[in-house]
Design a protein around this ligand. Structure first.
Ligand SMILES: Nc1ncnc2c1ncn2[C@@H]1O[C@H](COP(=O)(O)OP(=O)(O)OP(=O)(O)O)[C@@H](O)[C@H]1O
Ligand SMILES: [Mg+2]
Length: 205
């Protein structure tokens, strides 16, 4: 099982948006994927409930349900605040990849910093058994915010997996229980380009 945890205790940084789009990407690649919504707000669960039946299936993983071998990929959306942060540390044992979404501001960078610094001190991360990547959310490449994020993660020796720009494409897709990967190509084309390296990183060992 490949387990991808989307985590950052900073509220509103894009965890759920990233989680549902990663789940949608994997489903469209023909993977057997489940989304595990561990946030009390249950936003990812709402997206799952809204998702049309004729789209590639994203299963729902529920608390306490044992792994019956029917799923190859698990995407976990975690919540904000101390609870979300603590959850991330408690899940490291079961996780291969952690993605930390960050929105572009001094305040968000600062708020994410302690969390990431603690994450990279974890033994499993130091032993390269669990990889960490950062995604710049609601952000254009080559802006001041993008450079600040790149500099920040380079000091920690982490990769920036993508810069995903701010656009209603994500917002509108979510209303319909869709990901970028469920949309007609002409609507999502510009966004999909920004996903290229993130897609590669997700599927490599
Ligand atoms: N690339 C984007 N373009 C436009 N809007 C976006 C983008 N990414 C996220 N948003 C919007 O920003 C808001 C916060 O995103 P989201 O809910 O994914 O964050 P979150 O980290 O899950 O929040 P929380 O900490 O409350 O769980 C949402 O309204 C979402 O639609
Ligand atoms: Mg959320």
């Amino acid at each position: 099982m490949n387990t991808i945890l989307i985590a950052n205790p900073k509220g509103g940084c894009g965890k759920t948006t990233l989680s549902v789009n990663i789940a949608g990407y994997l489903a469209n690649r023909g993977k057997r994927v489940a989304l595990f919504d561990m946030d009390r707000q249950q936003s990812a669960a709402l997206w799952l409930d809204t998702r049309p039946y004729d789209l590639p299936i994203v299963h729902s993983k529920e608390h306490g349900r044992p792994d019956d071998g029917s799923i190859d990929w698990l995407v976990i959306d975690s919540g904000a605040g101390a609870a979300g942060g603590n959850l991330a540390f408690s899940l490291i044992k079961q996780t291969n990849k952690i993605i930390v979404p960050i929105t572009p501001s001094l305040f968000d960078l600062q708020a994410s910093q302690d969390f990431i610094k603690e994450l990279i001190e974890e033994k499993k991360v130091r032993d390269s058994q669990c990889r960490i990547g950062v995604v710049g959310m609601r952000m254009e490449p080559r802006t001041r915010a993008a450079h600040a994020l790149e500099y920040f993660v380079s000091t920690l020796d982490l990769p920036v997996l993508a810069f995903l720009r701010e656009t209603q494409v994500y917002v509108n897709a979510a209303f319909e229980g869709k990901s970028l990967f469920d949309l007609p190509h002409y609507i999502a084309e510009r966004e999909l380009e920004q996903w290229a390296y993130l897609q590669h990183w997700l599927e490599r060992d």
